[in-house]
Design a protein around this ligand. Structure first.
Ligand SMILES: O=C(O)[C@]1(O)C[C@H](CCCOc2ccccc2)[C@@H](O)[C@H](O)C1
Length: 157
């Protein structure tokens, strides 16, 4: 492969309240802040030779708009932690399916050991991969997968 992973472009999206990561409920979500996660992801992306964009919002429609914009930017893959919208958002699901960009669904906690209502995701059936329970290492795993192992659409010549 070329020095970059075929010039792959990855968008990392974090949903509501993840801006508080590392500052609340560290026993559940760890003590790594979202900024730490982003800084580490950027270093990892540089090492992998992929372009990384990151976005966090507490607003559902802003996440929909960002996903739609990804299509115009030639984003090849999305890594998304939809947070609470995992369990509620047909709108974000529709945006992901609409832009036809493959995505990895990511959760810091193992949602399957938590409340029953967290066991369903509006994304799980269409995600290329679902990562959960690895803590913030999940972001590292997801980025590695998206950069090196995920099958992407052929880039238009
Ligand atoms: O485990 C995950 O990553 C979740 O997506 C996190 C969501 C919660 C996002 C808010 O995370 C916080 C982290 C630290 C402090 C406050 C909130 C939760 O609603 C999902 O069921 C699972």
């Amino acid at each position: 492969s070329t020095s970059t992973q075929e010039g792959r472009s990855i968008l990392l999206i974090n949903g509501p309240n993840l801006n508080l990561l590392g500052t609340r409920e560290p026993e559940l979500y760890g003590s790594t802040t979202l900024q730490d996660v982003i800084d580490l992801a950027q270093k990892q992306a540089d090492g992998l030779g992929v372009k990384l964009q990151t976005f966090q919002s507490n607003w559902e429609g802003a996440i929909v708009d960002r996903i739609q914009e990804a299509r115009t930017q030639g984003v090849d893959a999305i890594v998304i932690n939809p947070a609470a919208f995992t369990h509620t958002s047909v709108a974000i699901r529709d945006a992901l399916l609409g832009v036809d960009i493959p995505f990895v669904e990511l959760h810091v906690t193992n949602v399957h050991t938590r409340e029953a209502w967290r066991h369903h995701s509006y994304f799980q059936d269409r995600a290329v991969a679902v990562i959960c329970g690895m803590g913030t290492y999940g972001y590292t795993a997801a980025l590695e997968f998206a950069a090196k192992h995920m099958k992407l659409k052929k880039k238009a010549l």
